[in-house]
Design a protein around this ligand. Structure first.
Ligand SMILES: C[S@@+](CC[C@H](N)C(=O)[O-])C[C@H]1O[C@@H](n2cnc3c(N)ncnc32)[C@H](O)[C@@H]1O
Length: 284
């Protein structure tokens, strides 16, 4: 099981969508403009947030394949996409035919482990290679050799690649707390543990991916997608984020329990926080 709860993914979706780098999306839209239909694979799709965030800049006919190893999240994605669309019907094979703002979007769902079966995960619903491989909030969970293998697999298909919301290690909490730097270091250390893709690169994942795609002859464009969180709008997300980080840091044993408790108590009520993420677009 992934350990990503539907509650957490629902909670972050608004901040994720506000944060996405619009300039990179516009560049991707330009690259794909003129195509009537495009095929897309979304890896680690969770509840389908990336489709809801990206489809509005893509051509009018889209065929998405949503891949995750967690069947509960895949079922949740199906439910949320049907509710989000202007019109939705079953395609008779477990997928959906959606209409949204004049776009026709077909969606299929696949349960697969990316680490174990990357080629299967990258397959397109219609067969052949997808035009676009995308993922949101996934690659900071991955290790160097998986990321290199992944970039080579995408490049072998000559697909475009776009990813958003890879944690970049930069955090600013207001007001400052004396333990912020120690906390951030301990959190990054926790993130470096193996999440099923080898020891995770965490904040170093974007640079590694960009290099791997450049080595495969792609043009790599980097962008930024920081969460700019502010209470009261984002109070629930700030609280959940602080709780999650405090738990992760406690698990490392790097800070004393009373230090963790002090940071947590200050942070769950923080009025503002900026959490850095990177986006990346790689074009063949
Ligand atoms: C942080 S969540 C992001 C979900 C979604 N992309 C979003 O932006 O809301 C990471 C996702 O990757 C999925 N995941 C993690 N490891 C995976 C693996 N080995 N194979 C397939 N999916 C995986 C999780 O189930 C989860 O849905």
């Amino acid at each position: 099981m992934s350990g990503f709860s539907p509650d957490w993914l629902d909670l972050r979706e608004g901040a994720d969508h506000r944060a996405r780098d619009a300039a990179l999306e516009a560049r991707l839209a330009d690259y794909l403009a003129g195509r009537e239909t495009i095929t897309v694979v979304d890896l680690g799709c969770g509840l389908g947030s990336n489709l809801r965030g990206l489809s509005r800049v893509l051509p009018g006919r889209q065929s998405w394949r949503l891949v995750d190893h967690d069947p509960t999240l895949l079922a949740g994605a199906r439910e949320r996409l049907a509710a989000w669309a202007d019109a939705a019907r079953d395609d008779g094979g477990g997928g959906l035919r959606l209409e949204k703002d004049g776009r026709q979007i077909t969606v299929s769902f696949a349960q697969a482990d990316l680490a174990g079966d990357l080629d299967g995960a990258l397959a397109c619903s219609a067969g052949g290679a997808p035009d676009l491989v995308t993922a949101a909030a996934l690659f900071d969970l991955c290790g160097a050799s998986f990321l290199t293998r992944f970039a080579q697999a995408v490049a072998a298909r000559r697909a475009a690649f776009h990813t958003v919301l890879t944690y970049d290690g930069r955090e600013t909490w207001e007001p400052a707390h004396p333990l912020d730097a120690a906390f951030r270091d301990a959190f990054v250390a926790h993130q470096g543990e193996d999440k099923g893709f080898g020891p995770s690169l965490g904040p170093a994942a974007t640079a590694h991916l960009a290099r791997a795609f450049a080595d495969a002859g792609y043009a790599a464009h980097q962008g930024e997608s920081p969460w700019r969180l502010e209470a009261p709008r984002d109070a629930a997300l700030i609280r959940a984020l602080a709780e999650g980080q405090a738990q992760a840091v406690a698990e490392t044993g790097r800070l004393a329990p009373d230090a963790v408790a002090s940071w947590r108590a200050a942070r769950i009520e923080a009025p503002r926080a900026t959490i850095g993420h990177a986006d990346l677009l790689c074009l063949p």
